[in-house]
Design a protein around this ligand. Sequence first.
Ligand code: ARG
Length: 484
Amino acid sequence: MDDADRTAGGAPQSIGAQRGELGEARLSEPQAQGFRALNDSLRFDARLWPEDIQASRAHARMLAACGVIDQRERDQLLAGLSQVAEELAAQRFVFRDSDEDIHMAIERRLIELLGALGGKLHTARSRNDQVVTDLALHLRSRCERADELLSGLMASLLERAREQLGVPIPGYTHLQRAQPVYLSHHLLAYFWMFARDRRRFAFARAEVGRLPLGAGALAGVGFAIDRWAVAHELGFERLAPNSIDAVASRDFVLDYLNAAATTATHLSRLGAELVLWCSEEVSFCALPDAWSATSSIMPQKKNPDAAELLRAKAPRIVAHLSALHGVLHALPLAYNKDLQEDKEHLFDSADTLELALVAARQMVAGVSFDRERLSAAAGDPALAATELADLLARRGVPFREAHQAVGRLVREALASGHTLAQIGTAELAAAHPALAEASAEALALLGDPQRWIESKISAGGTARVRVAEQLEQAQAVLDGSDEV
Ligand code: ARG
């Protein structure tokens, strides 16, 4: 059967049954088409080509430095790799149906270009340590990208928090109005979540710092190679200390996915709040048109599709994390083909997360807040209930008793069609003897929503001075001069 050709990035045109030329001496029957379709990973691992070339260059240089190949061979291998890289970059590389994965495709092409010498590159190396090294390099750059995008999002949140300083908003528990807070305080809550997410990515980045290459298939290699030379060239801080562990383990991918899943979950909460706040019922804010959609049938609609997708992407990434746990679960050492299943979970998670982070940043930067509506909602007299209970507690009434007295007051006010703001001295006095004494103070408190927020002076609280401190701390964390 002829090998149908395809170029870089293109889908296979047909599934052939011929085996590749690379070391298939052991098997006499042609590969079953269904097996090939199941087994081939080129369709998703072709994107690892830059890392594969990079690691191969380091390997070739090291082989020459150690005398395993001579300098002329090294130079020819490096020139061949450069040509392959050019073809791949320009999408001129012609893939064959017999190319099982990107590693085989690159090696096959190198042999086409250099003849038998091309086959020397795989000395003292196995696809098992090759693939995990490529993936480690790839994952490192995805950690760095996540860090960059998270910092950008945090910078936008901080900027909006600074600009909205002094604007109140109802704070919620159980999605019921609870106590007023400053909008800046609410926005900064997300800042801190994302700051912790950055630490999770930093951990994943550190975990990917041990070079697997040199582990061979599983046992190490029978050549006196210099793994440190490769580590230095590729930017690994350490060597994987055990060759079996090096080829069998993918927990560095789990670490990335864990960071990604938690970040995506945080983004989903941000997305959900944007959806809620942009609803006509709530109308606390509006998203820019550029980040809104409309309906195909209802011309009046302005839909927060992007925020909804922020909300919906999280379970997908969490599922990838869970799926990779499933792949690794109970897997005997060392390499098994199951491990090929690491890539799609990683790639889809990273692609999805990066899209979501870009979207979140732009939505945060572009959302416009309706300050009047926010202030009116935050001035809801019901939100003064805790203040009233605190007032009683400050006068020596046990907090539980104060809570009950104010609860009754609210119930009775509601039953007679009033808000807390409309009650008078008589109702206060009836609710608790201490309120009879403090009625003037209580009425003043009820009429001054600003005081409800400003009373929250505890460290990390929503009083303006505390929020101002928080803004400074957030800036320091963003600048790297302080830690979360
Ligand atoms: N495509 C394979 C993977 O992603 C490369 C390693 C193949 N190793 C092997 N022993 N068959 O895992």
